[in-house]
Design a protein around this ligand. Structure first.
Ligand code: HSE
Length: 401
């Protein structure tokens, strides 16, 4: 029998207990072993809950119990999640997690501690909710040089943008709905201001390029200033507005990563990814472009990915598991964002100012109802785009895929 301890009995933690219980037969048939939830660590009690008797409030009970070989960390936040994960690995227990914040900030260190203690640190659920993405990148695409990653990486903001676009529902109402459905972070600012997607793109970039850059070192913009008028103007020009993460290697070998709203042509694959779904496009030098698609947030999809890691650890208990491999990046590894070049959409209430400032306009549309004009430009760098924004008072700018 394999004993597992669950850290954090919130949305995902309770989902893991549900998956391990509901699909006990399937999991045990695959492994030939029983998987037992021995403890659930949480600050709260859960009177009447079927798992009530497993709840403990002291992490040391888990740490000091030699029968617990796997710790599933779903606490959220950096501390004490990082500290408990580190202590568990050092005590010879494998750790699996859905915690993007810990993986993005401490992943390289925790992987190296896991290797030193001959145990596993796995984080399939940290990116893309229920979508298998980490394991395919490490295993199935191992013979590829991955040169570029683009994706819709946050279910909450995709849900909000979908509802704003299709139903014209105001931002705050949709956010509340996403929180009620268990998609949003404890502090939804991390979703709507882009930090959650930033954590995910740096995790994917670390797997692709072998260097973990800090989420704080990249350009991050959220969706809080997007209006239904902007979305309508983009649609009239043939684009959907999506919050995307993007990472690539520049010609001088640096890593350029960013999170921002982008206009996606309606004919492009990412454009049709709606609601809480995520979609991730990877470009490999051998395979070409592959797309991963599925539910990007939510209790059972995310728990499904955590349980896949639990199964993987148990399946490789004898042979040892191949862990992701990357190190912490230096400042020098991060490309300067000023040189990032792409097409743009500028929106302003002055068509004259737009036409007078932007020499390279290819397409335009005006909205009589809202008295705004939007234009699409040829490619321009961030530096040029920021200068244009200064010149056109009150204008907004969107990057175009
Ligand atoms: N808040 C996250 C999202 C949860 O909406 O994508 C899944 O990581």
């Amino acid at each position: 029998m394999i004993n597992v301890a669950i850290l954090g009995f919130g949305v995902v933690g309770s989902g893991v207990a549900e998956v391990l219980t509901q699909n006990k037969g399937i999991i045990e048939k695959k492994l030939g072993k029983e998987v037992n939830i021995k403890y659930i660590l949480d600050l709260r009690d859960f009177p009447g809950n079927p798992f009530e008797s497993k709840v403990v409030h002291d992490f040391n009970i888990i740490l000091n119990d030699p029968e617990v070989s796997i710790v599933a960390e779903m606490m959220g936040g950096s501390h004490p999640a990082y500290d408990f994960s580190k202590a568990a690995l050092e005590a010879g227990k494998s750790v699996v997690t859905s915690n993007k914040e810990v993986v993005a900030n401490f992943g390289a260190e925790l992987i190296s501690i896991a290797k030193a203690h001959n145990v596993a640190y796995l984080f399939e659920a940290s990116v893309g909710g229920g979508i298998p993405i980490i394991r395919p990148m490490c295993n199935d695409l191992a013979s590829n040089n991955i040169c570029e990653i683009s994706g819709i990486l946050n279910g909450t903001t995709n849900y909000i943008l979908t509802k704003m676009t299709a139903e014209g529902i105001p931002f705050e109402t949709v956010l509340k709905d996403a929180q009620d459905k268990g998609y949003a972070e404890r502090n939804p600012a991390a979703d709507v201001e882009g930090l959650d997607a930033a954590r995910k793109i740096v995790i994917l970039a670390a797997l692709a390029f072998g260097k973990a850059i800090s989420p704080n070192s990249i350009h991050v913009e959220g969706i809080t200033s997007i209006t239904t008028e902007d979305v309508e103007l983009a649609a009239a020009l043939g684009y959907s507005v999506k919050l995307t993460g993007h990472a690539k290697k520049t010609e001088d070998g640096k890593i350029l990563a960013m999170v921002s709203p982008r206009l996606i042509p309606v004919s492009a694959p990412l454009s049709s990814i709606n609601d809480v779904f995520n979609g991730i496009l990877l470009n490999g030098d051998m395979v070409g472009q592959v797309m991963f698609y599925g539910p990007g947030a939510g209790k059972l999809p995310t728990a499904s990915a955590v349980c896949a890691d639990i199964v993987d650890v148990i399946a490789h208990v004898e042979s040892g598991i191949k862990l992701p491999d990357y190190t912490v990046a230096n400042d020098d590894d991060v490309a300067c964002f000023e040189s990032y070049s792409c097409k743009r959409m500028f929106v302003s209430d002055s068509a004259v100012a737009l036409e007078g400032t932007l020499a390279n306009v290819t397409n335009r549309v005006s909205c009589d109802k809202c008295d705004l004009t939007a234009v699409i430009t040829e490619e321009m760098t961030e530096k040029e785009a920021q200068a244009a924004l200064v010149a056109i008072s009150g204008a907004k700018m969107y990057r175009v895929l």
